[in-house]
Design a protein around this ligand. Structure first.
Ligand SMILES: CC(C)(COP(=O)(O)OP(=O)(O)OC[C@H]1O[C@@H](n2cnc3c(N)ncnc32)[C@H](O)[C@@H]1OP(=O)(O)O)[C@@H](O)C(=O)NCCC(=O)NCCS
Length: 153
């Protein structure tokens, strides 16, 4: 299977929105989930902004994405949503997308990388720990995790 990793563009928005719903269904174990608000994804496709989405494509179809926000003023990179469609999980795709975001963070020179994980999402939590993320703040049902990167000169 050949995987292509690339930056998402506006045409990818409907598929990304579907993967977002799949992520919520998986995490919360219910079909009663709400998608993105209209226009929410637009900021990730604007060439004037630093926020972006990385996608993995297999057989011409997007099978995973990770959205990345650059919070320049606050000084951190925020990983917003990460979803790998069920048939493609456990093959290193999530890890690769996170590594791409980390490379991007290093390139723009902003550290740390921060995100949230549901504490009930034990396998994802373990994966992030393996990738060097540390529990940063217990926020009830969610844990904020963070990793300090080295700046690339
Ligand atoms: C969590 C997730 C993004 C990881 O991506 P991935 O491509 O499956 O992960 P990788 O192949 O790079 O790494 C495999 C590890 O992911 C973790 N993982 C979490 N959920 C998993 C799942 N449903 N299937 C397989 N691996 C999963 C495991 O720790 C696994 O390691 P193991 O094989 O030692 O158990 C992906 O499984 C997914 O989309 N899950 C559902 C939605 C979700 O939980 N999103 C994250 C929100 S914070």
């Amino acid at each position: 299977m050949k995987l292509i990793y690339r930056k998402a563009e506006a045409l990818d928005a409907p598929r990304i929105a579907d993967l977002f719903l799949e992520m919520l269904r998986t995490i919360y174990n219910t079909d009663d989930v709400q998608g993105y608000e209209d226009g929410y994804l637009d900021k990730f496709f604007s060439t004037e902004q630093e926020d972006l989405i990385y996608v993995a494509e297999a057989d011409g179809k997007i099978v995973a994405y990770l959205s990345v926000e650059v919070h320049r003023r606050e000084g951190y990179i925020y990983l917003d949503d990460l979803s790998v469609t069920s048939a493609y999980r456990g093959q290193g795709i999530g890890t690769k997308l996170i590594k791409m975001a980390e490379e991007y963070a290093s390139k723009v020179g902003i550290i740390p990388v921060v995100f949230h994980v549901e504490k009930s999402n034990i396998r994802a939590h373990q994966l992030y720990k393996r990738l060097g993320y540390q529990d940063n703040e217990d926020q009830g049902s969610r844990m904020r995790m963070a990793k300090e990167l080295r700046k690339v000169k």
